[in-house]
Unconditional design. Structure first.
Length: 317
């Protein structure tokens, strides 16, 4: 790993959550000579050349005339890409960790198996002291549809397939190299949805995927399908999902991401017997590798070298 040489840049970190704060503290410990600020005390700060954050609110970038890099502390960069006033010349990166796909696969598999093996029902029987054997279903008769087959989605698809399920995938614009059958684009959406007994959303958050899974699309799933969203909350229209669960078309959902986070306490998604809400914890890049990637990219930027994990603004990833 390269070391930052003379005249290190000034970095702005926006401490919007404990998640970001942990990376701030790790960066300070790893690079004690790096100047890091957590707020702008002047109208403009020409010394800040890099931002390391999860989101970049409007009004920040114009106050940084020499900004060159906006690095996401997470695996997704939509919180930075969506900044309406980020200049086109500013490079964007995201955090990538090889183990992230396996962590996500563990969460997705947990939710599939919980539903497939009727764990909530068995927990009810346990609480009631009821000994009643339930039929063991055949995974080969169940199709899991994975939307998004990037570095994380491909691992999820492989792990779920290894559990014996029939797995298919869907991507927006290309077939990608995959071990599972892949449906592509708008023309592939309907036949993909029509087969998915479990729908796993792993798409990036982009303008093209916003509200993609509305009632019109979710209703195309087979009756009794179960939805798992571990991507971005804005992709699944939560009111439409809730309505289809209440109507009995969908058997339920596991939602790790919401359109508003934290999820408001008065949301009907909380305490719904057929919906499990978790607080955006399906998979998180480890602090150490994320910080090391950022430090390396500061050095690469200074030397004019290609950046690690640079984001295509148009594609969103």
């Amino acid at each position: 790993m390269s070391k930052i040489v003379s005249l290190p840049p000034k970095v702005l970190m926006l401490l919007t959550s404990d998640f970001v704060t942990a990376r701030y503290e790790a960066l300070r410990a790893r690079a004690p000579d790096l100047e890091i600020v957590t707020e702008l005390t002047m109208e403009t700060d020409p010394d800040v050349t890099a931002v390391f954050a999860f989101k970049l609110p409007a009004g920040i970038a114009p106050r940084l005339p020499n900004l060159k890099l906006a690095a996401s502390v997470g695996a997704g960069a939509d919180g930075i890409i969506s900044a309406p006033d980020l200049p086109a010349h500013v490079r964007i990166t995201r955090a990538v960790e090889p183990g992230l796909g396996l962590s996500m696969a563990q969460y997705v598999s947990l939710q599939i198996l919980r539903q497939f093996r009727m764990l909530p029902k068995m927990e009810q029987q346990h609480a009631a002291g009821e000994w009643r054997r339930l039929p063991v279903p055949d995974a080969r008769e169940i199709t899991v549809g994975v939307m998004g087959l990037g570095s994380i989605g491909a691992v999820v698809a492989d792990v779920v397939a290894a559990l014996g399920f029939n797995v298919i995938g869907w991507t927006r614009s290309d077939s990608r190299a995959s071990r599972v059958p892949v449906f592509v684009g708008e023309q592939g959406m309907d036949p993909f949805l029509a087969q998915a007994d479990f729908l796993v959303c792993l798409l990036p958050g982009t303008p093209q995927t916003a509200r993609l899974l509305s009632r019109n699309q979710l209703a195309k799933l087979p009756k009794g399908s179960f939805v798992i969203n571990v991507a971005r909350g804005g992709i699944v229209v939560e009111d439409d999902l809730l309505a289809l669960v209440n109507e009995g078309h969908l058997s339920g959902a596991a939602l790790d991401v919401m359109s508003t986070e934290p999820l408001p306490t008065d949301s009907p998604l909380w305490r719904h017997e057929k919906i499990l809400v978790t607080p955006h914890i399906a998979a998180q890049p480890s602090v150490g590798p994320v910080v090391e990637q950022f430090i390396e990219n500061l050095h690469r930027l200074a030397n004019g070298d290609p950046l690690l994990n640079e984001v295509d603004r148009i594609a969103g990833y």
